[in-house]
Design a protein. Structure first.
Length: 155
């Protein structure tokens, strides 16, 4: 019996300036306080690692990371809402880990909203540990702020 499903190639592609409009639309659907065009353009101009996970012409997700001395800081990782819960964040975290190791990084760092327990579970399953809290790190609307949990992964 033959399958009628065409195989779809899932691959990473560099996130470039011409992709920002599509990425910002995903960002706006995924978060109450999304990154804007300027945030993404600044990251690209700074030479940060920015990759999209793509299936055919569909963007499943993306990440942006900044390399420092002996460390990499994950600034943004997003899976499009309609593809969440399918393991794509783990695929992107694995790719980020490989990239960071290839640059001789000793640590991967990230912040996550204290209320985002789902993301924390994903990070912990990938080996990240909670190392601290940044008070009032994220905007929370109505002039309020939300704490961030700082997580790290020793490479």
């Amino acid at each position: 019996m033959r399958s009628t499903h065409a195989s779809v190639e899932v691959r990473f592609e560099p996130l470039l300036a011409e992709h920002i409009d599509a990425v910002v639309l995903i960002e706006q659907r995924a978060y109450a306080h999304p990154w804007n065009r300027t945030n993404f353009l600044d990251a690209l101009q700074s030479g940060y690692q920015a990759q999209m996970l793509v299936a055919d012409a569909t963007v499943l997700g993306y990440f942006v990371a900044m390399q420092g001395v002996d460390e990499v800081h994950l600034l943004n990782i997003t899976v499009a809402p309609e593809y969440q819960g399918q393991g794509w964040s783990r695929v992107m975290l694995d790719a980020l880990t490989l990239w960071a190791r290839g640059r001789a990084a000793q640590w991967l760092w990230l912040e996550v909203r204290v209320g985002n327990t789902r993301a924390m579970r994903v990070y912990e399953a990938q080996g990240y540990t909670r190392v601290g809290v940044r008070k009032d790190y994220y905007p929370a609307g109505h002039g309020k702020r939300e704490d961030a949990v700082v997580m790290g992964l020793r490479l």
